[in-house]
Design a protein around this ligand. Sequence first.
Ligand SMILES: [Ca+2]
Ligand SMILES: [Ca+2]
Length: 199
Amino acid sequence: MKQVVFVIGLIAMVSLTGCLGFGEEDVVDGDELVNPTDAYSPPEASTIMVDYGLSGYWDCDNGNNNSECEYRACTQHGWHDIDGDGDREYCDIDGHENYGPQIIVKKIGNKITVECIKSEDGRYCKGSESAYLIFTSIEGLQEMIYCDMRDAYNSDVFVFHKCEATLGFEPVSFEISDSLYAFDYSGYDYYNYVSFRVF
Ligand SMILES: [Ca+2]
Ligand SMILES: [Ca+2]
């Protein structure tokens, strides 16, 4: 008896699928239809640097003639003494000027880690020390996490945290800010204080 019910069920499913198939063709009518959930899929592993810095500097000391300044572009990302004066400058050559929290976001599947980019002396975060991140899936599901990236117990003892989380979905993008108030999509603050990036 169970087998009969199963077979009938199978026939019903096949005919239903057939009907849907014809229906779809009618709607498509020859045009290329892209399913939005198939339009973009993030790489399994992705690392995003949310940062800003110099893209280069004007070298005016060559030949001791200030009228002959020459622009020297950064060739490496991160802290480097690009002008040779003994202090390191932060070079940002990824083309994304992201202000606010300066962080590194890594994803492997639905697992994410968040840590801050350290200051020049390695004692602080380059930007704010905590941040709110909203991760979004291709279907529009969202999760927010709060990440406290550094604790200072006193001026000599401090510890950096790497926040790790397993999301309920694979994220395709995220938004980050150190202020919850900035996540007001209708206001200028969103564009002033939120960085939004795609994996
Ligand atoms: Ca320097
Ligand atoms: Ca950048």
